[in-house]
Design a protein around this ligand. Structure first.
Ligand code: SAM
Length: 529
């Protein structure tokens, strides 16, 4: 990026640095023309966005190497390291959703390798989930049914464990293997008899869409002479009242949280984190979050039916239920935030977070409105911006990034659009809108009296359990909330912002008189206990 900047003629840099919104078409056009004739620009776009140079693509050899390392760590009983290696291998291993079971066996095996480590680490629920993931890829995988049976037995789900082992016995090819499973089955049947109530542990994936009580009051948008638009309440509101809840228009995880938090819901990643199907960058806490971020669904292969038919009818029904993905029932909406960044191209890793966030806003437009409406997208966003007040340096950066981002998106998002001065100037405005309206998503981490860090994302107003805890705020993401960005700042705020997963909540901290503005502090939010 510095090479591009250094090569821009001084008079053009000055024109951009001195520009106002009305000059944008002219300055964007001049810079675009300059880049079109500047070879290093094209070279940079190729390196950032051409799948041929993708550094974050799937790589079977790398996956096999990571698996080998995982196997060595497992043999040395270094389970924590083995867990990391298998997760890395899962990130790297290609999974062909349009292919047959055999070609995806590597991924299924990796899930079972990891499930075995998770069992050793007593993370049984996580182990069970990995077994199910392996079976969704490869339903006739005897070892996966066997491992699932062992996990269910450890959880006391004897009925399910017996069914798992019976399926394992049916699909196990070797006589020795069948005999071993029969031995295990005998022990389990005895245990089952001595258990009066068999608890069915449901398959639980994290639900990232927790929406609390919804506001019942009427908020109104107003225009003020000193602060621009703002929000007032039409009635008196008491303290602690939830006045607003909103999902982000676009959101991105912060770079420092990429390995620790789910790239979609921002909750802590569990030990059985799931990777993106098409690239090696994001990690998700569940299949559901992956689907919401990428739109990538699992396909039930036609040959599954043959597999079920060969099982006794009750076992066939059980197996079908286990591997059934309810993915198609998920509401994906139009927010597949990662889809256009996928396939291993590395511009989403390299460009600054707010530029990748601008790309997510743009992709949402590009994928959902007819191309002729694209020139109006800044008006549709209805966000204020600060282009005029930006420093000359930032104006220049936003011009360069707007052009680079559009060329990267043209390679990645699969939609044809022409890049001209109108489009570029709108992206410059979006970058400046992000600067004014972007919220840092924080999670609350409670540290109890013994100094143990514990639960994230719980709002102390709702739970007396934290009254003796210290609360630390951890920054995890950046997001644009369209309605949320209409609330102005005050040094004496009457509302407080907090986040549960991706959702923004605004709650009153004082009594708010009718017709008064609802305002929050834009600085760090400190929660009063
Ligand atoms: C997130 S927006 C808030 C909504 C904004 N007023 C609008 O019209 O869209 C932030 C911008 O609002 C204005 N603003 C917010 N609080 C303010 C305050 N206390 N004093 C002056 N301007 C304020 C500033 O222009 C700031 O850049």
């Amino acid at each position: 990026m510095e090479t591009l900047k250094a090569a821009i003629p001084e008079n053009l840099k000055r024109a951009i640095g001195d520009s106002d919104v009305d000059d944008l078409r002219s300055t964007c056009s001049s810079l675009h023309r300059f880049f079109l004739h500047f070879h290093p620009f094209h070279q940079m776009i190729t390196e950032l966005a051409d799948p041929k140079y993708a550094l974050c693509a799937k790589n079977k050899d790398a996956a096999l190497k990571s698996r080998l390392l995982g196997n060595q760590c497992f043999s040395n009983a270094d389970y924590a390291k083995a867990l990391d290696c298998y997760t890395q291998a899962l990130r790297e291993a290609p999974l062909d959703t349009a292919s047959d079971m055999e070609s995806n066996l590597v991924v299924a095996t990796l899930y079972i390798n990891r499930a075995t480590v998770l069992h050793k680490m007593s993370l049984i629920v996580e182990c069970l989930r990995d077994c199910t993931r392996a079976l969704q890829i490869c339903p006739s995988y005897a070892k996966a049914w066997y491992r699932r049976g062992k996990a269910n037995a450890s959880l006391g789900n004897y009925k399910n464990a017996i069914c798992d082992l019976n399926v394992a016995k049916s699909v196990e090819p070797s006589m020795g293997g069948k005999r071993q499973i029969e031995g295990e089955l005998k022990i389990l049947l005895d245990q089952c008899k001595s258990t009066t109530a068999v608890e069915q542990i449901q398959h639980t994936e994290n639900n990232c869409n927790t929406v609390g009580e919804m506001p019942h009051i009427k908020l109104q948008r107003v225009s003020t002479p000193d602060k621009g638009r703002g929000i007032v309440s039409s009635c008196v509101i008491s303290p602690g009242f939830l006045v607003h809840a909103e999902e982000p228009y676009a959101m991105i995880i912060l770079k420092q949280c990429r390995e620790t938090h789910c790239h979609y819901c921002l909750n802590d990643l569990p030990a059985d984190r799931v990777p993106c199907i098409l690239c090696s960058i994001p990690l998700y806490c569940s299949h559901q979050c992956r689907i919401r971020a990428t739109g990538q669904m699992f396909k039930i292969y036609p040959e599954y039916n043959g597999f079920f038919k060969n099982l006794p009818s009750d076992l066939g029904e059980y197996a079908a239920e286990v591997i059934q993905c309810n993915d198609s029932e998920l509401e994906i909406g139009d927010i597949t935030e990662h889809k256009h960044e996928c396939q291993g191209v590395h511009w989403p890793m390299v460009l600054p977070s707010e530029i990748v966030l601008a790309g997510r806003i743009l992709a949402r437009f590009l994928l959902n409105i007819p191309p002729e409406d694209i020139i109006n997208f800044v008006e549709r966003l209805e966000l204020s911006h600060c282009y005029k007040q930006m420093s000359s340096e930032r104006k220049l950066d936003s011009h360069i990034y707007a052009i680079v981002l559009l060329y990267c998106l043209q390679h990645s998002c699969g939609i044809m659009f022409s890049i001209d001065e109108v489009f570029i100037s709108q992206v410059v405005i979006i970058i400046s809108q992000i600067k004014v309206n972007c919220m840092t998503v924080v999670r609350l981490k409670s540290i109890d009296a013994h100094g143990l860090s514990g639960r994230f994302g719980e709002f102390p107003f709702q739970s007396g359990a934290h009254s003796t805890s210290n609360v630390e705020q951890v920054r995890v993401g950046k997001a644009i909330y369209k309605a949320g960005s209409l609330f102005n700042h005050s040094c004496q705020p009457n509302i407080h912002a907090y986040f549960l997963s991706r959702t923004l909540y605004l709650r009153t901290t004082n009594v708010v008189a009718a017709e008064s503005q609802l305002e929050l502090s834009y600085g760090p939010q400190f929660v009063r206990l």
